[in-house]
Design a protein around this ligand. Structure first.
Ligand code: GDD
Ligand code: MN
Length: 382
């Protein structure tokens, strides 16, 4: 065959081989240790969606229980399920965004792996989106829905508070802004994606607020459902998730002036002060060391404490390990030392100006906190 003939033949050949049509709906399932749930979820979704063309993308953070292997086994049987496996990362919100980013489907729906969300409402959610809604939220709190047996008393009151807080930043009425079950036009989600907070659980409220603030408010519809108890495995909800939500809320309330991780970084810094003072007392009083040596030791211990806490909490989604952990610790020390210099110079300058000890001291402390936050974020946990 001449080259020309070959070139002409090629597209036809490709055309014959590729009979894959992009599905209309991508079902995004964030997962961490959900091995015992995926197959049942797939079957239930398949039954619910009937003739709709759809695919399932499980975004798994390399779960130790082998969820990804279980998904790959299912892919051998059902061609419309695949796994996006992430390494060295954790995070529900970023998992959802990345799942949305790898599909060509015009509509995407996020559903939990543990069968708490009722897949039977999927066709209605899709119909509402095709009918013009940008975002369709599965709601437990409108007529016809309920939090049912899915939430404990404690979780329910926490959820109520979180919902009320969300109302303060949402700018529009949404009955269940904490829902982890929602369908959205892929384009609308991806338009907001670069500005979403990557950490934490609360991607829905973030999508609503971020889109509105970008001048593209989402037309929201709601479909009721009853929240079920988890099937297999355990919830990943923990105090860190709650603090991360607090960070997101503060960030939205201050119009992005205080980034979500700043709250956590500040709380960690607060515990560092306590550790510092305790160590100073230990070295001077209990061990009888001189002030200077004790202060140096207490400073190093408190900085290491802060580093470890930030690495495991504030930056849990990009935790440093191995050699990068050591390098990170050294850069953290160096940056905090510079922060200390910034603190003293600012405090000194302000003190010279107005002789107010408290004001000057506070300004110095704020200066070094902001400096340490911004610079370690850029260099230590980049
Ligand atoms: N990839 C990935 N990475 N997935 C995760 C991670 C993570 O770090 N953490 C949790 N997930 C997955 C879980 O495997 C599950 O499929 C889904 O996210 C929800 O996690 P659960 O641990 O079941 O959360 P929950 O039931 O306590 O909270 C759910 O209900 C809340 C409403 O009460 C979530 O949907 C929340 O978003 C929702 O607010
Ligand atoms: Mn759950």
């Amino acid at each position: 065959m001449s080259i020309e003939a070959e070139q002409n033949a090629f597209p036809a050949q490709v055309d014959q081989q590729v009979h894959f049509q992009p599905p209309q709906l991508a079902v995004i399932v964030p997962s961490y240790n959900e091995r015992g749930n995926i197959e049942l979820l797939y079957e239930k979704v398949a039954i619910a969606l009937g003739n709709t063309s759809w695919e399932m993308i499980v975004v798994d953070d390399n779960s130790p229980d082998g969820t990804a292997e279980a998904v790959n086994e299912l892919s051998q049987v059902y061609p419309n399920i695949r796994c996006l496996r992430r390494f060295g990362r954790r995070g529900l919100a970023s998992a959802c965004v990345e799942g949305m980013a790898v599909t060509a489907a015009p509509y995407v729906v996020v559903i939990d792996a543990d069968l708490q969300h009722d897949e039977a409402i999927l066709p209605e959610m899709l119909a509402q989106a095709i009918g013009g809604a940008d975002l369709v939220v599965g709601s437990r709190f409108i007529a016809g829905g309920s939090a049912g047996a899915g939430l404990s008393e404690r979780r329910l009151s926490g959820s109520r508070l979180a919902t009320r807080m969300a109302g303060m930043i949402a700018g529009q009425a949404v009955s269940d802004p904490m829902s982890g079950f929602f369908l959205i036009r892929r384009e609308a989600a991806l338009a907001a994606a670069p500005r979403l907070a990557s950490d934490g659980f609360k991607i829905l409220i973030d999508l609503i607020v971020t889109s509105a603030r970008m001048g593209k408010p989402l037309a929201v519809a709601e479909v009721p459902y009853t929240f079920r108890p988890r099937h297999a495995g355990e919830s990943k909800m923990n105090p860190l998730v709650v603090i991360q939500y607090g960070g997101l809320w503060v960030s939205k309330l201050t119009n992005g002036l205080l980034p979500p991780s700043f709250l956590l970084f500040g709380l960690v810094g607060g515990t560092g002060v306590v550790v510092h003072l305790a160590m100073l007392g230990l070295f001077t009083a209990a061990l009888g060391q001189g002030f200077l040596l004790s202060q140096v030791a207490a400073t190093l211990i408190a900085m290491t404490w802060n580093f470890v806490l930030n690495n495991n909490l504030t930056y849990a989604d990009r935790k440093l390990r191995g050699v990068r952990l050591i390098k990170g610790l050294l850069s953290f020390f160096a940056i905090c030392a510079l922060g200390g210099i910034a603190n003293i110079s600012v405090a000194h300058a302000i003190y010279q100006f107005d002789q107010q000890t408290l004001v000057a001291g506070l300004a110095g402390a704020v200066m070094s906190s902001v400096f340490n936050y911004a610079v370690t974020r850029a260099f230590t946990w980049k």
